[in-house]
Design a protein around this ligand. Structure first.
Ligand SMILES: [Zn+2]
Length: 471
């Protein structure tokens, strides 16, 4: 062995021992289950999303500490007291609020890859609508939503709006159980019709399952059209009775406006503040004006809109009207839960269509849209969406010193154009860590196997050949 090799070996051993020393710092892992105090120390960049707390519209702070105090943000600042707190090293890391996914259908992980050559109505006919008359079960609803929640958490999503098709009450219960088991914050948009049994079941779910759970919220989901007006009216009345928002798909495919969606909402008195509308692609100036006048909210789903060839939502024109716009993934038609890809698509689509690299949303705009903007869409911005002390501790810690993001130049832009779910190392919801050191909690092999079994059952219910490329 040459002297230089011996020297290199010595250096390597010193580095290794130093590394071991750091790894041996005792960690009270119980605190990560929630209910304790955690200080993330010396975070290189904190995007608070609160302009009062830091520089610029995203409220940026450098080399700052973030204190999680039980389920809330305790404080943000320099040299915070770590007494009685578990310390995480934030040096070289980015901390920001968790993403708010304003529109998803969690069960649709079971139909990933289904009818990828079809537009909306072809895809619905092949992969969704036959299930209304099928024996799709609680176990299927659970397995699909369970897989989706783990994938979302891995991508830094802390709040999800699950628009459940509620093919039957058992299926909806399976969706809801998976949401609860995930420990994510969620809105359950329960698909309603005017059948008394359905309306009674939604009331029961709110009373027994949603109201007692601080992580849970309810919306009423319906498809407004001229032909479905009676259900639209029943859903709007139930939403008013329960004091929760209505949630509808609106003008998604080019065929939608002719079905009378907007008119059904108008006639039912549903155009009111808090109404969540998904997609809003085929919109005239007057229709956007009307939504803005009633403070109607918009869930923008760029990845899904691209996949289904639905078009490009007029997001800059919505922004110019002060419409509240958030981002969504939209389940099986984006084929994944990568919120970074969703942000990049939201920016890229507007640039591609306008030839203007400064077009709304810019990277800072889309980061706000993905967090506080989404919270505003869901009416949850008093509790989440920014790292304002007193709000719920829903946040993520991102490692940008990785192959896909390094080197450091403009981290705000790099979060949008470079980062991927693998860069998300820690995800907290209400102070509980659901992703730790890069690993999502949960029995992943079992979740994947259960989803495969459920997907095989669903393909049979759809009359499709399971796994045509098969194993
Ligand atoms: Zn949808």
């Amino acid at each position: 062995m040459g002297w230089w090799r011996a020297y290199a070996l010595l250096v390597a051993m010193v580095v290794l021992l130093a590394g071991c020393g750091a790894a041996q710092t005792p960690r009270d892992t119980a605190v990560f289950d929630g209910g304790g105090r955690i200080v993330i120390r010396n975070v290189s960049l904190v995007l608070t999303m609160d302009p009062k707390l830091g520089a610029g519209p995203l409220g940026q702070l450098q080399d700052a500490d973030v204190l999680i105090d039980h389920d809330r943000i305790g404080a943000i600042g320099k040299q915070l007291s770590a007494e009685g707190a578990q310390v995480l090293d934030g040096h070289g890391k980015i901390v920001m609020p968790g993403f708010v996914d304003t529109h998803n259908h969690l069960w649709q992980t079971l139909i990933r890859g289904c009818a990828t050559d079809k537009e909306l109505n072809g895809w619905l006919a092949g992969c969704v609508l036959p299930l209304y008359a099928s024996a799709i079960s609680d176990a299927d609803g659970y397995a699909g939503a369970r897989l989706a929640t783990l994938d979302l958490i891995s991508s830094g999503v802390t709040t999800v709006n699950d628009w459940s098709h509620a093919f039957n009450a058992d299926f909806a219960r399976g969706n809801l159980r998976a949401l609860k088991d995930s420990r994510m914050r969620f809105v359950f948009a329960y698909g309603a019709n005017r059948k008394p049994a359905t309306l009674a079941e939604i009331r029961r779910v709110k009373r027994e399952s949603i109201d007692p759970d601080p992580l849970a919220h309810l919306q009423i989901a319906v498809h407004p059209t001229t032909a479905n007006y009676d259900n639209t009216l029943a859903a709007e009345r139930l939403a008013e009775e329960l004091g929760v928002p209505l949630n509808v798909h609106l003008h998604e495919s080019p065929a939608d406006p002719a079905t009378g969606q907007l008119d059904a909402l108008r006639r039912a008195g549903a155009l009111r503040p808090g109404l969540v509308t998904d997609h809003d692609i085929q919109m005239t100036d007057a229709e956007l004006d009307e939504l803005a006048a009633h403070d109607v909210r918009v869930a923008h789903n760029p990845l899904s809109n691209m996949r289904l060839a639905s078009g490009i939502a007029r997001v800059p024109d919505m922004h110019a009207r002060n419409l509240k716009v958030g981002l969504g993934l939209d389940g099986g038609t984006d084929d994944g839960s990568d919120f970074f890809a969703d942000m990049k698509a939201a920016v890229g689509l507007q640039r591609a269509i306008s030839h203007d690299p400064a077009r709304f949303p810019t990277p800072p705009d889309v980061l706000r849209m993905a967090t506080l903007g989404g919270a505003e869409v869901l009416g949850l911005d008093a509790d989440i969406g920014s790292l304002t002390p007193g709000k719920k501790a829903d946040l993520q810690l991102i490692n940008p010193f990785a192959l896909d993001v390094a080197p450091q130049l403009d981290w705000v832009s790099q979060l949008v154009f470079n980062a991927q779910p693998a860069n998300v190392e820690w995800v907290f919801v209400a102070g509980r860590a659901l992703k730790r050191d890069g690993r999502v909690l949960g029995d992943q092999p079992r979740v994947i196997a259960d989803a495969q079994a459920a997907s095989d059952r669903v393909q049979k219910l759809l009359g499709r050949n399971p796994r045509p490329g098969g194993r």
